[in-house]
Design a protein around this ligand. Structure first.
Ligand code: ADP
Ligand code: MG
Length: 226
């Protein structure tokens, strides 16, 4: 199979109705490849979260097509999408989105449970993911006792635990100091390289650009290559 795991073809998104329309993405066409980190960079309001939500099958484009693993998934419905999303995509967010009443290990286990991974396999997968992000020694800590960088590593462990081939990250470094943020990007880069993940990071943080394979620039909904 081609290493183009996720692509958009002529995708546009216009928010609105009632005479009010906001064009958030205009005619975007690009492909993301396994083994690489693609960064989509641009200022706040340029449409980054919108295009990432379309790539993550969380939001339908107004026009254009989304192709996942060679299959056109644009017109799949609300019954077909969630299982496909669970099997294929791990999400990472700016605000970590951890459950505060669960330990690090439990946060990863609950994600696997939501992904319908068999209980017998879940513990091994969770431990492997925590090993990958170097957090085994924090497995029984609660999120409140972790640094920002550690919290983001938990959310990476959660995103990779079930071995989904695609990782989508929305401003993953925005709540971190710059050194910690770059460590997170380097971790994602290593995952792409070593585990052949397809990683897409959206960010307004220009320092990231030396730490990824490819940069797409976004401005007023228009995406263009360097
Ligand atoms: N649900 C929505 N309804 C209407 N407009 C929206 C909605 N979400 C985002 N927008 C608008 O679309 C544009 C792009 O937003 P967004 O994708 O969040 O940009 P970014 O992530 O780069 O900050 C902005 O003008 C924003 O106000
Ligand atoms: Mg955003």
């Amino acid at each position: 199979m081609s290493d183009e795991t996720l692509s958009v073809v002529g995708v546009a998104k216009i928010y609105g109705g009632d005479g009010l329309s906001v064009p958030a993405v205009r005619e975007a066409t690009f492909a993301c490849r396994s083994g690489t980190v693609t960064a989509i960079m641009g200022p706040s309001g340029s449409g980054k979260t919108t295009i990432l939500s379309i790539l993550g099958l969380l939001l339908k484009p107004t026009s254009g097509r989304v192709v996942l693993m060679g299959k056109d998934v644009t017109s799949l419905d609300e019954r077909e999408l969630p299982p496909l999303r669970r099997a294929s995509i791990g999400f990472i967010f700016q605000s970590f989105n951890l459950f505060s009443s669960l330990t690090v290990l439990e946060n990863v286990l609950v994600a696997l449970q939501l992904q319908k991974v068999a209980k017998a396999n879940a513990m091994g997968l969770a431990e492997a993911a925590l090993t990958r992000v170097d957090l085994v020694k924090r497995a029984n800590f609660y999120p409140r006792d972790l640094s920002g960088g550690e919290k983001q590593r938990v959310s990476i462990a959660r995103a990779i635990a079930s071995d989904a081939p695609i990782i989508l990250a929305d401003e993953p470094t925005a709540n971190l100091d710059s050194k910690t943020g770059l460590k997170i990007i380097d971790l994602l880069y290593n995952l792409a390289e070593e585990r052949r993940k397809t990683v897409v990071v959206v960010s307004h943080d220009l320092r990231l650009k030396e730490h990824v394979n490819r940069v797409l620039w976004m401005e007023d909904g228009v995406i263009h290559e360097d």
